[in-house]
Design a protein around this ligand. Structure first.
Ligand code: MN
Length: 223
């Protein structure tokens, strides 16, 4: 089994004006594709790991030979995070989450606006390249948390379940927003896909058993 680049779930220009078509084209067709290509290249030397998902590879670094550990880790993370990221945005995005996720955000952050400010602040503070996440912890009765990761690390590495994420590598925003990462983060809410976040919130509650690891990956990109 080879890892495959999933198609974008919308057109390159669908998230204009906030995320421009040129950025989406480079980001998906060049950056994400390169992670998939490099991951497959590294796994060619590791036949025993070729059927493992990107989530499994991220969560089991000790099962990967040291010489290839960084290559597998970085590219599995790049593949997984971008697969999640395309679905974390939508041309029909924006607004505020309702239902159980909306209630959980209100309960755990003291309100939707407080949550948004905290998420933006965390994203703006990431030094260098990384990601900012809304995730559901495995402790505290599934409490929500905002966290950041460096490089292409993912909250699933320490057992948290990712619900929504934003890419704060410069390649995600520099063509349109130049050095103004805080402005990118503030405007990004217009394309945030709360429908997908709510679906993942529901999934995180139902998949507490042994299938949890594999369920982290969006169904469209599994296999
Ligand atoms: Mn990226």
């Amino acid at each position: 089994m080879k890892h495959e680049l999933p198609p974008l779930p919308y057109g390159y220009a669908a998230l204009e004006p906030h995320v421009d078509a040129r950025t989406m084209t480079l980001h998906h067709d060049m950056h994400h594709k390169a992670y998939v290509t490099s991951l497959n290249a590294a796994l060619e030397k590791l036949p025993g790991l070729q059927n493992r998902s990107a989530v499994w590879l991220l969560r089991n670094p000790d099962k990967i030979p040291e010489a290839l550990r960084s290559a597998v880790h970085n590219n599995a993370g790049g593949h997984l995070n971008h697969s999640l990221f395309w679905n974390a945005m939508s041309p029909d995005g924006g607004g505020a989450p309702g239902g159980l996720l909306g209630a959980a955000i209100k309960h755990d952050f003291g309100g939707f606006d407080k949550f948004k400010t905290e998420f933006e602040t965390a994203g703006a503070k990431v030094f260098g390249s990384g990601w900012v996440w809304l995730a559901r912890t495995r402790k505290d009765g599934g409490k929500l948390t905002i966290c950041t990761t460096a490089g292409h690390d993912n909250p699933c590495m320490h057992g948290d379940y990712p619900l929504l994420l934003n890419d704060v590598w410069e390649h995600a925003y520099y063509l349109r927003h130049e050095n103004r990462r805080p402005g990118y983060l503030q405007g990004w809410w217009a394309v945030a896909n709360w429908k997908e976040a709510a679906r993942r919130f529901d999934l995180s509650g139902r998949s507490a058993g042994k299938t949890w690891e594999e369920d982290v990956q969006a169904p469209a990109t599994t296999g």
